[in-house]
Design a protein around this ligand. Structure first.
Ligand code: NAP
Length: 250
């Protein structure tokens, strides 16, 4: 039980990587807030799976890019569990499009969710961490280190998130707050299915350029998140941990 008695909030945990992180954290003894934007049923299913396994979790709706929603999300966390130890900024949007098609809409949607959202949640989390400190994991992307064609805005948003990780590791280390980026490679999730990546030539290219020769699964990422959240990573902050099957871009 690496996270026994810890309280963790995972954004975008109704499906995909976030759902796996929520389940793994609960299995390690954490009480988990399962945040979602619109998939109430998905979030409730994650809570059901956790409680069926003897764990504790609640589902709380909230768009991370909206300050009022974030305030409500953390208020509900405080009202239910009294405190917060771990924040995972997982909620994110990826859109691959040629530069000619980039619009103010697609730019702001990705930056609002992937960058402004984590800023809002970190500000709120710091108030709950208090003087004990806490632990923040930003789910970035391999696309931050190795931008690919048609991914200019998405990669830029994740590179911005990584910059926030490093800056805040310096700003908050003295408050006993650790903060790290976790950079997944290509992972099979609801998102990569609905965006058409799974089954496409793009997926075939991703797998061909992955030394371990397969798409990742959400569990691959959740195991690394448990490490970063636990005391096993007590001396780790400001890092960018790639969990990617070794993909080096193409
Ligand atoms: P996914 O299957 O599309 O799930 C996205 C989750 O984020 C959902 O729970 C969704 O909630 C939530 N979400 C989206 N916008 C939100 C918002 N504004 N406020 C709160 N929640 C929001 O995504 P995924 O593939 O698991 O990816 C999760 C994270 O990993 C993202 O940050 C992504 O950039 C990163 N990542 C993914 C891959 C990959 O290959 N899958 C690779 C590298 C990095 P609702 O369902 O309620 O809308």
């Amino acid at each position: 039980m690496k996270l026994k008695n810890k309280v963790a909030l995972v954004t975008g945990a109704s499906k995909g990587i976030g759902a796996a992180i929520a389940k793994y954290f609960a299995a390690e003894g954490a009480k988990v807030v399962v945040n979602y934007a619109s998939s109430k049923e998905g979030a409730e299913n994650v809570v059901k799976a956790i409680t069926a396994n003897g764990g504790t979790a609640i589902a709380v709706q909230g768009d991370v890019a909206k300050e009022a929603d974030v305030n409500r999300l953390f208020e509900e966390t405080k009202n239910t569990f009294g405190t917060l130890d771990i924040l995972v900024n997982n909620a994110g949007i990826y859109q691959f499009e040629p530069i000619e098609q980039v619009s103010a809409g697609t730019f702001h949607q990705q930056f609002n969710t992937n960058v402004w959202g984590p800023i809002l949640t970190i500000q709120a989390a710091l108030k709950l961490f208090g003087t004990r400190g806490g632990n923040i994991i930003n789910i970035s992307s391999g696309a931050s280190n190795m931008p690919m064609a048609t991914g200019s805005v998405y990669s830029a948003s994740k590179a911005a998130l990584d910059a926030i990780t490093v800056a805040l590791s310096k700003e908050l280390g003295g408050n006993n707050v650790r903060i790290n980026s976790l950079l997944p490679g290509s992972v099979e999730t609801e998102g990569t299915h609905t965006s058409g990546i799974m089954g496409s030539d793009f997926e075939a290219k991703l797998v061909a350029n992955t030394p371990l020769g397969r798409m990742g699964q959400p569990d691959d990422i959740a195991k690394a998140a448990v490490f970063l959240a636990s005391d096993e990573a007590a001396w780790v902050t400001g890092e960018k941990l790639a969990v990617s099957g070794g993909i080096y871009g193409f």
